[in-house]
Design a protein around this ligand. Structure first.
Ligand code: NOJ
Length: 754
């Protein structure tokens, strides 16, 4: 026996005694609640955008009058220490109970230090990177009084027409879940709520609940109609993962799901979120989505809209002003119970106590400036950008060497509207990011290559003027390599920025074609907030690097990667289609009864007509999910599994299948690879996807070096929503791949028996 076993119970009882003395955040919330009037309670359920007109008629709410009465629980878009402190002072000093305000903001990919847009960050396949960038964003935001971000957006997006694909982690629920957890940890300071009181922690918000990314035609805010199975298999997992990681808030969405607007959908907001998942944080509506229940057509008046939103499980009304206007009346009329209001208020107060807002309602304005743009934050921004780039192709030139990396003595021409546009580099949700903080690709390459460098804008992002073409062609003529910085404007993705065409806008492709005619090696650096359709470019440009919107270190990160000081290592997290008509196109689709034979099929494609395909376009992606190259090459040994057969029972009892492959760096440079584990299940009660990601590992290998990556498949990875809508493991033929992308790798089979 060791002494600890004797000492521990004593210590434990001392600890529990002292804990009993200090009330928990929840006990404090309850105590405060008991002293509140109905109006004060409802005030906690109300959020406005600082100073902005609101409500169905966009009437300016008198926020200045409401605040000292305790009529506002939270404000969004009030930014900076001076502003937040001044508003906080009114809430704390003038309202009867002094309940502090909770300040929220869209801190999406950085606060002042702007990181790559989330779709770009996701391409790094690196949870720790996501966590670190979120941590920095939280620290900067908190220094300005912001203790709540409306992030991460964990919506699965299978349609690049939808502009908000920029704001998420792409199309895969497994990767999306891992990155959701990482973001929650980063913002909240760890798993759960234990570190929320740190002054650098802020509440995270899993949004938009739910299936917002499934919008018809990729049109923002639009209708979503998907089966309960697809909802649970594909769209819910990242939300569930965020819940399990202790995310304190959720945001209900704008869209209707299967006929019910999601800001009034009891099935998802209460049935799934609270009853099944036991979420005990609070739900905020999206911006005016409570009043939007009227145009959706499920309410004819404000009172019904407020009732439906609240009764379904939305605790806080963002910007609609309907809870403030209608909830007290609904309670007095007996339509809404005061206990239900209490439950919502208690959740919000608890979060405020957990954040330590009652003890520390203000921030130190003198420390604010020094909290921004610290050298280590800028270094992280560069690292994040470098890791986000995806090298789609890198062909050899006539000399036999790949175009990239650039030779140190090469003469470089940089052409394109995104080469020197600092503001564009900030991406779609740049928050407090400033263009003055950005280093462009032009600035970095000029510094690196000196007199061997020339630049010409060539054309604008949109428009059809060819005025700049001549200067661009002149610059290109005198160069050994031409870098074309082309793409979308940052305003062409994000909220309310859906597109019907996914190509390079304006006449950028014309410019690229003209430059290509010169016969020089061309590198396309493509900036965008979504996968683009670039079939001509893929066929004719020897090297293509997806740069997304890299943030404030765009130039240094790109220069390091283009020159080989760093190597690209990102992999696509959303499929790149050949043509818009293929959309939605995603790797984890079902097979159909009429599949076109693929690389893994025994049958050859003999051109038989009656298959699931287009008559005018190949059905496959231009670049698949998981694809990305680097400056070295890797070979994967055949996938091996620890067993050929395992029973469902064994899996239920905790057995695991070990899957591995040995990966070797067969090139002549150091390189980072992201190995991906995929599964397929056949013989099941419902059809399963052709492949599903179930693991990944990122690692660096020196030339000639090998590494055996090992994954475990357990019941958790193999369970799916079966024919009886139960999450269960079934007997099946299981195929597994350890592969560098979603269409490569050698399969091996395991029988899962009854
Ligand atoms: C609407 C957006 O859909 C949501 O993501 C955002 O957090 C809110 N506006 C607040 O700005």
């Amino acid at each position: 026996m060791n002494t600890a076993t004797i000492v521990c119970p004593l210590v434990a009882s001392v600890v529990s005694l002292s804990l009993a003395a200090a009330p928990t955040p929840d006990q404090r919330a309850l105590d405060l609640l008991q002293r509140m009037t109905l109006e004060e309670k409802v005030g906690q359920l109300v959020q406005f955008s600082d100073g902005m007109a609101t409500g169905p008629d966009r009437v300016k709410v008198d926020q200045a009058a409401l605040l000292p009465k305790g009529g506002i629980g939270s404000l969004l878009n009030a930014v900076g220490a001076h502003k937040t402190n001044a508003l906080q002072k009114i809430a704390v000093e003038q309202s009867r109970l002094g309940v502090p305000l909770l300040f929220g903001l869209d801190v999406i990919h950085g606060y002042r230090t702007t990181f790559p847009v989330p779709l770009g960050l996701s391409a790094a396949w690196d949870p720790s990177l996501i966590e670190r960038t979120a941590r920095v964003a939280a620290a900067e935001a908190a220094a300005g009084g912001i203790r709540w971000t409306f992030a991460p957006m964990v919506d699965i997006a299978r349609d690049p027409r939808w502009g908000r694909i920029m704001e998420g982690s792409g199309e895969d629920p497994y990767l999306g879940s891992a990155l959701a957890v990482a973001a929650v940890r980063g913002y909240q300071g760890g798993i759960g709520t234990a570190n929320l009181a740190q002054p650098t922690s802020i509440l995270a918000c899993a949004k938009h609940f739910v299936a917002y990314g499934g919008a018809e035609g990729g049109r923002d805010y639009n209708t979503v109609d998907i089966s309960e199975r697809v909802l649970r298999d594909v769209y819910l997992p990242p939300f569930k993962a965020a819940t399990d990681a202790g995310v304190v808030t959720f945001m209900s969405a704008f869209n209707a799901l299967n006929g019910v607007p999601t800001s009034a959908y009891r099935h998802t907001l209460t049935g799934i979120l609270r009853d099944e998942w036991k979420f005990d944080g609070f739900v905020v509506s999206d911006w005016t989505s409570i009043t939007e229940l009227i145009p959706h057509g499920i309410a004819l008046d404000d009172r019904t809209a407020a009732f439906k939103g609240f009764a379904s499980g939305v605790d806080m009304d963002m910007q609609a002003n309907l809870y403030a206007a209608e909830l007290p009346g609904l309670v007095r009329a007996g339509k809404v119970s005061e206990q239900a209001v209490d439950a919502s208020v208690r959740r919000i107060l608890r979060a405020k106590f957990e954040l330590g807002l009652f003890e520390n309602p203000y921030v130190n304005a003198d420390a604010e400036a020094a909290a921004m743009l610290k050298p280590e934050y800028i270094a992280l921004a560069r690292e994040a950008a470098e890791q986000s780039f995806v090298l789609l192709k890198n062909d050899a030139t006539s000399g036999g060497k790949p175009v990239l990396p650039l030779a140190a003595n090469a003469r470089i021409a940089l052409i394109g509207p995104l080469a020197d546009d600092a503001e564009e580099m900030l991406g779609g949700w740049s928050c407090q990011g400033k263009k003055e903080d950005v280093v462009t690709l032009r600035a970095s390459l000029a510094e690196r290559f000196g007199t061997a460098f020339t630049y010409a804008k060539g054309t604008a992002i949109t428009g059809d003027s060819r005025e700049g073409f001549a200067a661009a062609l002149d610059a290109a003529k005198n160069a050994d390599v031409v870098i074309m910085a082309l793409g979308e404007s940052r305003h062409m993705s994000g909220e309310a920025a859906s597109r019907t065409r996914l190509d390079l806008p304006g006449n950028q492709l014309d410019l690229l074609k003209e430059v290509s005619k010169l016969g020089k090696p061309v590198v396309l650096v493509a900036f965008s907030g979504r996968p683009l359709t670039i079939p001509w470019e893929a066929a004719n440009v020897p090297a293509i690097l997806m740069a997304w919107y890299p943030g404030l270190q765009a130039g240094p990160a790109l220069t390091r990667v283009l020159t080989g000081d760093a190597a690209p290592s990102g992999k696509l997290t959303a499929t790149m289609p050949r043509a818009v008509g293929q959309v939605p196109l995603y790797y984890n689709h079902l097979k159909t009864g009429r599949p076109v034979p693929g690389p893994d099929d025994e049958k050859k494609d003999e051109g038989y007509k009656f298959l699931s395909r287009y008559v005018d376009e190949d059905g496959s992606p231009l670049y698949p999910f998981g694809h990305g190259l680097t400056y070295t090459t890797f070979t994967y040994a055949a996938t091996k599994a620890s067993t050929k057969e395992l029973s469902v029972n064994a899996l239920r009892n905790g057995a695991a299948i070990e899957v591995e492959s040995t990966i070797t760096n067969t090139g002549s440079r150091s390189g980072t690879e992201i190995a991906q584990l995929y599964i397929r299940q056949r013989g099941t009660s419902v059809a399963r996807p052709v492949r599903e990601l179930k693991g990944f590992e990122k690692f660096t290998l020196e030339p000639g070096q090998s590494r055996t990556v090992k994954f475990k498949l357990t019941a958790a990875e193999l369970a799916f929503w079966n024919i009886d809508m139960q999450l269960a493991v079934e007997a099946c033929e299981l195929t597994v791949w350890v592969a560098p992308s979603s269409i490569t790798g050698t399969p091996t089979k395991i029988m899962i028996t009854e």
